[in-house]
Ligand binder design. Structure first.
Ligand code: ADP
Ligand code: ZN
Ligand code: ZN
Length: 815
């Protein structure tokens, strides 16, 4: 007898599978979706493994097959298991990432007569039983719900289980009504030969009646291609009654045909040819090609590449040609871009190189479109699947290449629900399971990714120069302005003298300006406006966060607290309480300072309220505004040739976040916004305002030089035992009562320390508890513990985590 290990769609299933017996009449495969009895319910499950022995003594039988074709490939089954183990998420949550859209539905139980009806003496049955049997025999198949409506829930359940026990009826299960149905179009065609139709039409006209029917017949006898009902009616100008009449005469026929919704409109997209590569691009592509060849032959080879090149250095062209190569080898690819970069322009670039061979997956598609795309991808209809984070789980068969553009982007990490996975880590794992090659691309690689290239795990490819506007185009000039000098010189404006001169000049010259504000964390730390000093935690080195209500500064790692000082401890100035500004203030000030300029603000407040990103961007692109004011969003993949000046209002805000990645993030943002300038032929200039011009992050970002940044950063990481030298896990507890929350966090810490010590694990430290950076969220307080060590995930997997806790393995950003 065979057994199946099944991941069951139930919150209590957690990280484990359940053993079921395979009934002799069912043929079960790994990856198949099945119905299984679970408690007193029937639930969906996915078969993850087949075995000759069950993992428990008593097993129930699989109740039925949902779909005969497996929904998960064998590699996806292993990937799901890995996700669940690594991120400590319920197994079915991980499995669900790979299921077709709208797959998770309720089950409907049906009652019907058995295939070979069982003869019995009706008179021995109760009246209720006879009634139900009668209904089932009359209706053929009836849902339990319907019976419940007729007899009441309890009676219906009781009687059916009695009848099932006697073998008089059987139960079966189906998914509840499909919420998304494939789109169908009604077509109309002749049931007779065209000549005959024409003859009929003439006859109808001669009889002087049914002129509309005649025109429809004439129309249909002329068309070659099949036509839809609506088109036929419109073109022949005929009412529904005429169609109906012809159908009843047997002359025409209606037919429902399933059509595919196509999210890419190929109208206006002209096919593009591969460009002649520059030497650097060619070298990069050649390395990738030989790896693809090796992989196709089944040889192990370096299969993870980091393609490091500034914006405009031609990375995308390398992706496109690598994809063409993998297609030549009979395989397919997945290309991921950050959600915000998944614009029509990006899609168009892929679609024009692979016409009608590109599938798009993103959250803005309707459920129907997602459903269709998923099915078509699984059928192998596309060379490339392009999408954001979740595209990594697309059912792309014969996967040969995975591309992650802007690999350092934090949107690749799912942080708000389980599994809290990072798409890059999932991609690396999937590549290991499938033999696919991975290309990670970035102008400002994640420090961890770069570290792996240095250690030899990944292969580094570099494109050192911009291709546009012409080969070897220089990067924009960067000027660092020391804000401390401004105050000394009596300038109290938020614009330094250099920046305001540059803005005025650019606007007067008909050019465009971007003013960038790193708003995340503004007003969270306190900085001396005279000398730029920022108060930091003595123990953790991170900037202290200002808690407005209590008037204290708090370390969000270890909970160290001090009152807000009245004077600067370094220069004794009283201007210590400088909290930075928001985009609205910036817009106002820009209005006073540059009265002649047309301003446009772009931040999440604006886009949430009325305008889409695209609208705002288009407005700027067509030069309806001179100055664009915005936050991080500005940094993403824009190509704006009229922009000649980028001003970074205060580069320090990002540096002073209580996060060990603050420096990295700031470098990435500044380097990226700086990269926005000078994309056109006009050249460009960047002005960075800061209180700490000597900081290595500012220095390196100003030169847009990754190497010096990386060298210093990795040294700090090593010194402070931060990733990639350790791994982190954050545990957040949330509750409406702050004190209770703190107490639970302390209790958990003691428990974890006890566990650690009893297991004798040396390299695991616990930091905190401290209030989470976002201390209060939707009315609940949050306290955080951080685990740091070589394998915090493995350690935590052994410990039952109580309700109310959220675990995030390798968290990014502030929680
Ligand atoms: P990245 O992805 O690094 O930002 P892109 O691939 O988008 O760079 O290239 C920037 C611009 O240069 C694009 O307009 C692209 O068409 C063009 N380009 C890229 N490679 C070449 C090449 N070898 N020859 C000419 N133009 C190129
Ligand atoms: Zn000071
Ligand atoms: Zn601290």
């Amino acid at each position: 007898m065979g057994y199946a290990e099944v991941s069951v769609n139930s919150p209590i299933a957690q990280r484990r599978t359940f053993s079921y017996t395979i009934p002799p009449n069912l043929s079960i495969e790994v990856g198949q979706a099945v119905w299984v009895p679970f408690g007193d319910k029937i639930l969906q499950g996915i078969v993850l493994e087949l075995s000759h022995y069950p993992s428990v003594e008593e097993t129930k039988e699989i109740a039925g097959i949902i779909e005969s074709k497996p929904v998960l490939s064998p590699s996806h089954v292993l990937l799901a298991r890995w996700l669940s183990e690594h991120y400590l998420s319920p197994l079915f949550d991980a499995v669900a990432l790979m299921l077709p859209p709208a797959f998770e539905r309720k089950v409907v139980t049906f009652i019907s007569s058995p295939a070979t009806p069982y003869e019995c003496d009706i008179s021995s049955l109760s009246q209720g039983q006879r009634h139900v049997l009668e209904l089932v025999r009359r209706w053929g198949k009836v849902s339990l719900r319907e019976l419940e409506k007729v007899l009441g829930t309890r009676q219906a359940r009781l009687i059916t289980s009695q009848l099932v026990g006697q073998g008089l009826v059987v139960k079966s299960y189906e998914l509840a009504r499909v919420r998304v149905r494939p789109k169908r179009v009604t077509y109309l065609h002749l049931r007779v030969e065209a000549d005959e139709a024409k003859l009929m039409a003439t006859r109808l006209r001669e009889q002087g009646k049914a002129g509309k029917q005649a025109s429809l017949l004439e129309f249909l006898s002329q068309v070659v291609q099949p036509v839809s009902l609506s088109e036929a009616r419109r073109r022949a100008n005929c009412p529904a009654s005429a169609v109906k009449a012809l159908v009843s005469k047997g002359l025409v026929e209606l037919q429902q045909i399933e059509v595919k919704r196509e999210p890419i409109s190929y109208q206006g997209i002209t096919p593009s040819e591969p460009l002649t590569l520059t030497a650097a691009q060619r070298a990069a592509l050649n390395s990738i090609k030989s790896s693809l060849l090796q992989a196709a032959k089944g040889y192990p080879s370096p299969n993870i590449f980091l393609l490091h090149g500034v914006t405009g250095s031609g990375k995308t062209e390398v992706y496109l040609q690598a994809l063409a190569e993998v297609v030549k080898l009979g395989k397919r690819g997945i290309a991921m871009v950050p959600e915000i970069a998944l614009t029509p322009q990006t899609i168009e670039r892929f679609a024009s190189r692979f016409p009608h061979k590109v599938a798009v997956l993103h959250s803005k598609l309707s459920l129907g479109e997602q459903f269709d795309e998923w099915q078509r991808i699984r059928n192998g209809e596309f060379d490339v699947v392009i999408g954001s984070r979740s595209a990594i789980f697309a059912p792309q068969p014969e996967l040969g290449l995975i591309i992650i553009d802007e690999e350092h982007e934090w949107t690749y990490k799912q942080h708000d629900k389980s599994p809290r996975y990072h798409a890059r880590d999932a991609a690396v794992k999937l590549a290991e399971l499938t033999g696919a090659v991975v290309i990670l691309g970035s102008a400002t690689p994640d420090v961890e990714t770069f570290y792996y290239t240095q250690r030899g795990d990944y292969h580094l490819l570099q494109l050192p120069e911009r291709v546009t506007p012409s080969e070897g185009s220089s990067l924009p000039q960067v000027k660092v302005v020391d804000l401390r000098d401004e105050l000394k010189a009596g300038n109290r404006s938020i614009f330094s003298r250099s920046l305001s001169q540059a803005v005025t000049k650019a606007v007067a010259g008909g050019e465009q300006v971007i003013l960038f504000l790193n708003r995340r964390g503004t007003a969270s730390f306190i900085q001396c406006r005279s000398c730029g000093f920022v108060l930091r935690c003595k123990r953790c080195e991170v900037a202290l966060t200002y808690h407005f209500v209590e008037g204290v500064l708090v370390c969000h790692q270890c909970n160290y607290r001090i009152p807000v000082p009245q004077i600067c401890p370094r220069c004794l100035s009283r201007r210590i309480k400088f909290l930075g500004i928001g985009t609205q203030r910036l817009e106002q000030e820009a209005g006073y300072t540059f009265p002649q300029a047309r301003l446009l603000r772009w931040d999440s407040d604006v886009t949430k309220r009325k305008h889409s990103h695209e609208e705002i961007l288009n407005k700027f692109r067509v030069h309806q505004a001179d100055i664009l004011i915005g936050t991080q969003m500005i940094a993403k993949g824009l190509d704006l040739p009229l922009v000649t000046l980028v001003g970074v209002i205060n580069a320090d805000t990002g540096l002073n976040l209580p996060d060990f990645r603050a420096g990295e993030r700031t470098f990435q943002l500044i380097a990226q916004v700086a990269g926005r300038g000078g994309r056109g032929t006009l050249g460009g200039q960047v002005v960075i305002q800061t209180y700490s011009p000597e900081h290595y992050v500012i220095q390196a970002a100003a030169k847009q030089d990754y190497a010096p940044f990386y060298d210093r950063e990795i040294a700090y990481r090593r010194q402070l035992h931060n990733p990639p030298f350790t791994r982190l896990a954050s545990l957040v507890y949330s509750h409406t009562n702050d004190t209770l929350c703190q107490r639970e966090a302390e209790r958990m810490k003691r428990l974890l320390i006890e566990e650690r010590d009893s297991k004798g694990i040396a390299d695991l430290s616990l930091i905190g508890p401290a209030p989470a950076f976002i201390h209060r969220l939707r009315g609940r307080f949050r306290w955080q513990l951080i685990l740091r060590g070589s394998e915090p995930s493995a350690f935590l997997s052994q410990i039952p985590i109580p309700q109310g806790w959220t675990v995030d393995i390798n968290p990014v950003g502030l929680v």
